[in-house]
Write a protein that binds this ligand. Structure first.
Ligand SMILES: Nc1ncnc2c1ncn2[C@@H]1O[C@H](COP(=O)(O)OP(=O)(O)OP(=O)(O)O)[C@@H](O)[C@H]1O
Ligand SMILES: [Mg+2]
Length: 249
């Protein structure tokens, strides 16, 4: 059987504030399979960003098992973790975290510089990705001179630059209006599907839930059973159905 891209068992995480340890993740077990587009939803403060940071090897859990792409990442040393992250994981951050002083292309090339790619190869890769995202004409534009939707696409191109197998996106539509948000998630999903990437999206944005293959809900640090999008859509359609039609059905 194929190894899951993400597999966790019994993850526990607390933050220490002064004397107290505040529990944030309580026994989180989950699996994500290759090519899946998983959405992670839940109320503010439920632990979504914390979990995403642990999946992205940016943060460590206090206990529990975690394997990313079959690797027991907990037992890598910090340098090995950083290298693993740069090669295998692409991040789209909520605030995008683009470098304002740089152009779109320069921003996209940053992960490749960290992996010590030659300049010509990284420029060619960056241009290719910006082209794929419809920004071919804006490669040399400073990112401060782009619209929010265009900046978001630069962030997606940067996440894909090193050809990582796993993309983690934290609230990728948070700063976009409805139509740019829908377009952004559609582009992210289509591109990841065509390139065979696995995607985990943290979101509050119910307008985009239908793009998920599966939805997991975190509530107060605990994972609720998964919902497949088909049943989610059925629930939503049922909720939206006017009363008389429901009665007639
Ligand atoms: N570095 C930290 N130190 C202490 N507590 C923290 C830290 N980071 C997060 N927390 C707390 O942990 C809990 C979970 O935070 P987290 O950011 O994971 O939630 P979230 O589900 O992503 O919320 P949101 O939807 O608002 O982004 C919150 O109560 C938060 O205040
Ligand atoms: Mg968060």
């Amino acid at each position: 059987m194929e190894v899951p891209v993400i597999e966790t068992r019994g993850l526990i995480k607390s933050y220490r504030t002064g004397e107290h340890a505040v529990p944030v993740l309580r026994d989180v077990s989950m699996s994500v399979h290759r090519g899946e587009c998983l959405f992670l939803v839940g109320p503010s403060g439920s632990g979504k960003t914390t979990l995403l940071s642990i999946l992205g090897c940016v943060l460590s859990a206090d206990s529990g098992e975690i394997r990313i792409l079959g690797h027991d990442v907990k037992h890598l040393n910090p340098d090995e973790q950083a290298e693993f992250r740069r090669e295998k994981i692409g991040f789209v951050f909520q605030r995008l975290n683009l470098f304002d002083a740089l152009t779109a292309l320069e921003n996209v090339c940053i992960p490749l510089q960290l992996l010590r790619w030659k300049k010509a190869a990284s420029v060619s890769r960056g241009k290719h990705l910006l082209d794929l995202l419809g920004l071919g004409g804006l490669t040399d534009r400073n990112v401060t001179q782009l619209s929010m939707g265009q900046r978001q696409r630069v962030a997606v191109a940067r996440a894909l630059a090193a050809d990582p197998e796993l993309i983690l996106a934290d609230e990728p539509t948070a700063s976009l209006d409805e139509s740019s948000g829908l377009q952004a998630i559609a582009t992210l999903k289509d591109l990841c599907r065509s390139l065979g990437k696995t995607v985990v999206v943290v979101t509050h944005d119910s307008r985009i839930f239908s793009f998920a293959d599966r939805v997991l809900t975190l509530n107060n640090g605990q994972m609720k059973p998964s919902v497949h999008t088909d049943s989610l859509n059925a629930v939503r359609m049922d909720t939206n159905t006017p009363e008389p039609m429901k009665k007639a059905a």
